[in-house]
Design a protein around this ligand. Structure first.
Ligand code: ZN
Ligand code: FE
Length: 256
């Protein structure tokens, strides 16, 4: 086991691409490269050797850079088996409960369908890092485009296994909008209010709010709290099954 150094590259209007560098070498991997230029420029600037692309799902703002990066570096493309035909130039196909070794670092892989049919997440336990693509966001969760609401609930629920001190590396800076929605549901949640205040300050300073800590998300993210009776109560769904509470919150967010 070993840990990775994680470097965030903001791209497009609100995407985050991540470089994962092996601490003991100049080898690096990239997660969800929306575009090739910012990735290749960063690699060149640091003198790193790009060995892998890890893709979470097929949307262009996550895989758009793959063809050019692969052409420039001949790296290995890793992605969801369930969507193998929609991930450009895929070499390694991963499915639920697979283990993927990036150098000495072990990633646990989960199928997390809902946003898209084939979506995977990578959890590097030793590095305390969860790469969840567009499934979970700081204070939010992804839109359900290709799956069902119960499927998305199951997917999000898989993340409950990771410890509180895990950093959630989601793929977009959506936190401010998510905070407004979360506060509209649960305005008296003190943890949420404190978190929202911190987010506002960060955005005003032009600073990223990602990654966020799972322990904080658990107490504040309405989608992760669908099984919390207090969350159900504040939206008038006391005693309802968590999956229904989740579906209601996701539907309200779609119309917010
Ligand atoms: Zn997406
Ligand atoms: Fe996206």
């Amino acid at each position: 086991m070993s840990t990775l150094e994680i470097h965030q590259i903001p791209t497009r209007s609100d995407n985050y691409v991540y470089l994962l560098r092996e601490s003991s070498s100049e080898n690096a991997a990239v997660v969800d490269p929306s575009d090739s230029a910012p990735v290749l420029n960063t690699i060149e600037m640091f003198g790193w050797n790009l060995t892998h692309i890890l893709a979470t799902h097929h949307h262009d703002d996550h895989v758009g850079g793959i063809p050019e990066i692969k052409k420039a570096t001949n790296c290995t493309v890793v992605g969801p088996k369930a969507d193998r035909d929609r991930i450009p130039m895929i070499d390694v196909e991963l499915a639920d409960d697979d283990t993927f070794m990036l150098y000495e670092a072990e990633a646990k892989v989960w199928d997390v369908p809902g946003h898209t049919a084939g979506h995977i997440a990578y959890w590097f336990a030793e590095s305390r890092a969860l790469f969840c693509g567009d499934t979970l966001f700081a204070l939010g969760c992804g839109r359900v485009f290709e799956g069902t609401l119960p499927q998305m609930y199951d997917s999000i629920s898989k993340f409950k296994k990771v410890p509180d001190d895990t950093w959630v590396y989601c793929a977009h800076e959506y936190t401010m909008g998510n905070a407004k929605f979360a506060l509209s549901l649960d305005p008296d949640n003190r943890d949420l209010r404190a978190y929202a205040k911190q987010i506002t300050a960060r955005r005003e300073a032009g600073v990223s709010t990602v990654p966020s800590l799972m322990g904080v998300e658990r107490r504040t993210n309405p989608f992760l709290r669908a099984d919390d009776p207090q969350m159900a109560a504040v939206i008038g769904m006391e005693g309802k099954p968590p999956v229904e509470v989740f579906a209601e919150i996701r539907t309200r967010k779609d119309n917010f």
